[in-house]
Design a protein. Sequence first.
Lengths: 215, 298
Amino acid sequence: MSVLTNHLDLFLYTFGQTLQLFAISAVLSLVLGTILAALRVSPVPVFRGIGATYVTVLRNTPLTLVFVFFVFAYPLLEIVKIEPYTAAVVSLSLYTAAFVCEVVRSGINTVPVGQAEASRALGLTFTQMLGNVVLPQALRSVVPPMTSTMIALLKNTTVASGFAVVQAGSIRDSLSEQGENVLFGLLWVAVGFVILVMPLTYVQQVFEKRWSVAR
Amino acid sequence: MSMVLFDVPGPKARVRHKIMAVAGIVVALAAVAYVVWRFIATDQFSARRLDWINYKQIQLSLVEAIGNTLSAFAVGAVLALVFGAIFAAARLSDHGWVRAPAAVIVEIFRAIPLVIMMFFFYYGLPVAGVKLSAFTAVVISLMLYNGSVLAEIFRAGINALPRGQSEAAYALGMRKTQVMTLVLLPQALRAMLPTIISQLVVLLKDTALGFLITYEELLRWGTRIGNDAVNFGRPMIPVMIVVALIYIGLCLLLTWLANYLEKRNRRNKKVIHTDDDAAAQVQLGAASTATVGGGLTV
């Protein structure tokens, strides 16, 4: 307990940084992922190919490798200098976007084709069809897995510990520098993550139960 | 490809699509060309930076590094499967006092980031006098995390079977263990196999986290060679391309296996088709990676 109380400001600060890293990467990956999903369901085969290639490559690469690339390899290309923090945001966003893309795409694909055909037959415009018929139904099957993807992203922010980015995973460094008990420090970090993740898991289960009946 | 959103294109739309396709190709090629130009402009593929390939010792260390990655994967996978089976059984138990602790343990290990677990076993435990090697720390963490996810996958898979299966088995006079091992498990395992394998892909990717606790696996090998400024002038780019190709190759191999099994399953009449999503959803929940419904279709 003393590890936590003596270093409360350290814990609060680093978990704050974790949440910040999470929030920025979440927004960026949602935007990029949705764009990729749009590419993957587009009627133009080339666009589908581009989206599929991106998803295949990023989903089969370890996140740590993406980090290593942006922190160690990218600076050698001398394009734009980026801070480790920016590199972490870029790696997390690019990596998570591939998963967001798959969730959105499979959500759209769960809507029966007849729904869209019927709305076209009724003379709805493309925007009306998307906004009033397809997306509201797709949303139901997207939200639970999307929550899961976001939980994964939250946990993945700790990978940044190996790359000089201050977040909850780097509490260990600060504690061992000060000769504190790392064992209990790490236990508290674990508790912190359990506290952060549990409500999200609960919300996800509620949505899943409520909406699985509605179909 | 389902065309939920679009009508079958007419002549005008087809022309428009062709124009967009050309534009897409141009943009993609421009992006690739820019990266290649940066590679060439900063001379990433000079003879000196590719020289490491010629050294026998480095080739051997590469093989050894791949071996380390694969052995962490193999041991971690076996342990995770065992852990998952035990805890799934516990969570499906009829006794509340077995079910509840198992549920708590599984939920907690799914919520703790793998990195924190590895730090705990590698840097934390020595404080208490228990010294683990990097390999052991990696393998135990992989077991606890992926084992918990697998436990949920198993449980969801068994719960997704039609209730008539177990009811009929009980009606025939089978005991609990018999119902599970003779009726439920064989069917559930077949249906879950693709999901289990894609969770193993996650496990394979997660071995790369061993990098953070100085486990000598493929990625660590890559950064060691890539940072060698004295002999090879920091060949990080070519080395990382090689490392990425190896990882992607290994993962695609496993994914291909999953898809192959799924295809074979679909033809197999013995398989009961359940609501496949149940298990896949669980996996998505915990995993940093998951194959959503049947993988990629280009």
